[in-house]
Design a protein around this ligand. Structure first.
Ligand code: PMP
Length: 336
């Protein structure tokens, strides 16, 4: 199936030639999230927008906001487990660091940002869910000049999320290798979680075209970096490897889940882990491959393109994922 130059895949009506196959059949997006809220889908969640708590239907930003006009801003995706903000401090550290890297001064303190999140969790009665924090350049003029945007916008949405069906975690998923390379660090550092995700979205369109949900992205000089919305790990002879933050010309988002796998889960499971520059061959020749991300958590990859990696989730991935689930369902959710 070819990519329509004018319409992204998700906008093609089902059953039309432009409609993409949903990877692996049961895609959770089929069930609208508002079903989980109430009879009135516009009432919940209550969303924080620039200092106000508003029902979903009223939670809006200006068409002059540079976050919308130019993708000028930063964001975070954060999990809520048992009403706690998982790895809250790590997410705050990344958010404020990324904002600084794009010369954006977040108008509220870290403590206030944490309070906003706790208010949204409480207002929506969430125990398990997902927080999307967005900081935009703010309302400005139609030109690019960020100096014309005096007040950055701050948005906090606490909602539900489910990326993949439960059975996919046992069976593993198929991914492809995107033809489109990852933006080089010299152009836009992928370590910055900016609102500018088109490079990833267009690689994701390649995955969707190929009938799956994720794509491995290579640097312009051929190193494995990460997937469109997840970090990548390989397992070989009982050892775990993942690409370093800068790989050749490009790099990757230093995922909070990636750090948790490296620093906590691998240690707890007694599995050696190291960062290593990788070519695609190392992924194709791995015993196991898995992806990590806040929304996806830990998910196995059974095939890369036409190359079979494993039959379902491999034993090391299973151990790490079990340990992950043990921790996030315990009384001690790490908020560091
Ligand atoms: N890489 C990219 C490009 C991402 O967008 C994300 C977040 N969805 C990740 C990796 C994983 O990061 P984290 O574990 O912090 O969610």
């Amino acid at each position: 199936m070819t990519t329509s130059p004018t319409r992204p895949p998700s906008m093609a009506p089902a059953g039309t030639p432009g409609a993409r196959q949903q990877g692996n059949g049961a895609h959770p997006a089929a069930k609208p999230l508002h079903d989980q809220w109430s009879e009135d889908p516009g009432a919940k969640p209550i969303v924080y927008v620039n200092g106000r708590m508003l029902p979903k239907r009223e939670a809006m930003v200006s068409v002059y906001d540079h976050g919308l006009l130019y993708g000028d801003g930063v964001f975070e995706g954060i999990r809520i487990y048992r009403s706690k903000i998982f790895k809250c401090a790590s997410h705050m550290e990344r958010l404020y660091r990324c904002a600084e890297q794009i010369h954006l001064k977040i108008p509220i303190s870290v403590d206030e940002m944490v309070r906003v999140q706790r208010d949204c969790i409480a207002a929506n009665g969430l125990t398990d869910g997902y927080i999307r924090l967005v900081v935009t350049r703010g309302f400005g003029t139609l030109g690019l000049d960020p100096r014309r945007c005096p007040v950055p916008g701050v948005i906090c949405i606490a909602d539900q999320i489910r990326l993949y069906a439960e059975d996919l975690y046992k069976s593993g998923m198929r991914v492809v290798v995107a033809k489109r390379p990852k933006t080089p660090v010299a152009c836009l550092d992928p370590r910055v979680k900016s609102l500018n995700y088109l490079n990833n979205i267009l690689a994701k369109c390649e995955a969707i075209d190929a009938g799956c949900d994720e794509a491995i992205m290579l640097s312009t000089d051929g190193y494995v970096t990460e997937c469109t919305g997840d970090n990548i790990f390989v397992v070989k002879n009982g050892r775990v490897f993942t690409p370093p933050p800068v790989c050749g010309a490009s790099g990757l988002l230093e995922g909070v889940t990636r750090a948790f796998v490296m620093r906590t889960l691998c240690k707890d499971c007694n599995v050696p882990v190291e960062e290593r520059l990788m070519r695609l061959d190392e992924v194709l020749g791995a015993d196991e491959v898995f992806l990590t991300g806040t929304a996806a958590e830990i998910i196995a990859v059974h095939s890369v393109g036409e190359c079979r990696i494993s039959n379902g989730e491999g034993p090391v991935t299973a151990r790490l994922r079990n340990r992950f689930r043990q921790i996030v369902t315990s009384d001690a959710i790490p908020e560091d």
